[in-house]
Design a protein around this ligand. Sequence first.
Ligand SMILES: [Zn+2]
Length: 329
Amino acid sequence: MNPGAGGRRRFRYAPTPTRELHVGNGLAALVGWAAARRAGGDFILRIEDIDRTRCKPALRDAAMRELRWLGVEWDEGPDVGGPAAPYEQSQRLAQYDDALARLEAAGRSYACRCSRADVRAAMRAPHLHEGGELPYAGTCRPQAGDPGVALLPGRGGYRLDVVSLGADAIVTVRDGWLGVTTEDVRTTCGDFLLGRPGAPTYQLAAVTDDLAMGVTDVVRGRDLAGSTARQILLCRALGAEPPRHAHHPLLVDAEGQKLSKRHRALTLAGLRASGVAPERLRARLGAAIGLWRDDLAAAAPADFIDALPELDPRDAAEEAHWHDGRWVL
Ligand SMILES: [Zn+2]
């Protein structure tokens, strides 16, 4: 049976273990877990550890320990297994290679030899898309009757052919938290990178896994909202319906900036070591994004299930009071 067959909704939390989890990661895990539980669905823990030089098994194990301390439990994951195993991206590279090959065989992608510096140099007004992608000028795009370039080892990669989609590259995102937005991927990113055999991009790996794992709902922090339109196009290119999306508010520092992972005092392990109780931390995390009042002394994991908004894109416009939560040390 395919994972997710049978109509159950499936949610996932997908940390990258390059550093210890910080409070913002804890919030994302709690929100994703609570959304899954309220829907009566499955909750999957997936470790996004493709970068083997920066991702360490010890950090993966610590992440699972700290999530359990915070009250987050998963139905499927590296340590408990499940129908979509393995749950670590470093063990799924063959699946990404297969997705690359299918996209190329279907004429949906082409090889690009450009370095990042080449892409930047080819742009008229260099700016990064919100999702971190440099808009691509189409330097290696094959012309009619021309087979295009071959991939060079260690440089560039395959790109999804977005420009040929025409108006189908205009994606309407119905976000359960942020409401309805529209993005023309031809102008924000253009033909975006999928990676090379053995070295997929984040976009390719995340979408391939979401499809293989039967994920129906992507609930994650607003810092990843800029990837959504590209991921929807990639889902469709792979012949699948995209999942639902909801991007929750982030924790920010006193200046309104996203919390830095580098700050030791903000890691779950650091807070635990300093004697903070998980019920107190949960109370602060929920209050920071407005789920309840600031003066709540303790919160159970189940309180997140009760307090989450409905995550219906049609109502999201009325949720304009949702804002990023201040996290002051
Ligand atoms: Zn190129």
